[in-house]
Design a binder for this molecule. Sequence first.
Ligand code: SF4
Length: 444
Amino acid sequence: VDLDLHGDPALRRPASEAEEHLLRRGREHEAQIVGVLDYPEPVYERGDFATGAERTRDLMAAGFRGVSQGVLLEGRRLGIPDLLRREPGASEFGDWHYVVGDVKSSSRARADQVLQVAFYSRVLAATQGRQPAYAFLILKDGSEQRVDLADYGPIAEDVEARVLRIADASEDPDCGEDRRPFRSRACASCHWFPVCTAELEAKDDLSLLAGMTRGLRRMLEAAGVRSARDLADVQIEALARATRIEAPWLRRLKRASQARIERQPLAEPRNRQKPLDPSALVHLLADPFEQRVLWLGVLVPDGSGRHLREAMPACVEEELPAFLELVAGLDPNRRLLHYGEQLPRWFDECGGTRRDPGCETRFVDLARRLRGAASWPGPVFGLDDLVALGLGRDPNRVGEALAASAWHADGDLARIRRKGHADLEDLAALKARWLDDGPGGTWT
Ligand code: SF4
């Protein structure tokens, strides 16, 4: 929010191929939903929001069934919801009032989307002189999810107050904390990434350490530990007493600080778990918008090296049979190693658990094992971070997994396959380097 209001837009990173594709599909989806409703839109010159708000009021006062892309403007608060829908119940317009709706391309409502419509509803309440009881989100499948505004009133009020303090560039210390970057999972998909990275690196910020949280950073800074490097020299017991942070946590953070100083992962052999072999690596690439699997792959070691099997299901119905066929010829004792929740969740959702319960019991998620295998020289949020930090490779050298749907739309199936192969190669290399008994194991 701070950078959106006060930052230099020229410093934002451009949208990636995958992001452009998702945005385009989102816009098409919105146009499809809104087009069917056939609500009028306020007419105004681009950027002239005062006129837009006046025209929107005129449409609401005239009692139209709904308004598309209406402008809500009250003081400094501006909102342009996709939909305003008429409901019975008095407002300053007459015996009716309006509720706010927004069209989303996600399959479930997210917290930021709920806050967005809660904010629009607060502005609308001032415009129509009546608090709407609910707002709604139209999700990817066209279903409507209602948001009971009574449940979200206090949090929406708090967030709005914080945003307004940021807009005023308030010197209030609480606001200062809101305005500071913190390296998190969200950063990878944020267009301000280069700006924040430069600031965090320049300050050697504590959030650049694996395992750091905002709360821990606050406590450590209050105790005088202000940079990642400071942490490398601390006395654990004394710092634990001063901060009340548990000593094992501090030990882990101190190791992460040492890894950051050395610019390489520090192996943690004590965290090694039982050997995983015999095993095979399994992976999938999906189109999250269509909720379809585009590519499935299994990498199997055999006597002469590695053997890759793959499938590109043509439709949803083909996905599960294709996967079961890929693993059918494997020794049933062979465990199926994968990264993260995507594969088991897909397997369960498409009925695999019912159809082949034995298969599911062979799944082993490598995520926790890999995270615990070393103290990493930077935060680890997903496979991409492990590939970059643990192998020194660009995890997106073939492209981002999110772009697979764009390649599919362009008919570039070869690139989807190349991406799947590269991901499986990375998983195999991570296993060999960090989980097997050192370099030279089964997979190298
Ligand atoms: S890069 Fe990260 S810290 Fe910076 S604005 Fe984006 S999400 Fe926030």
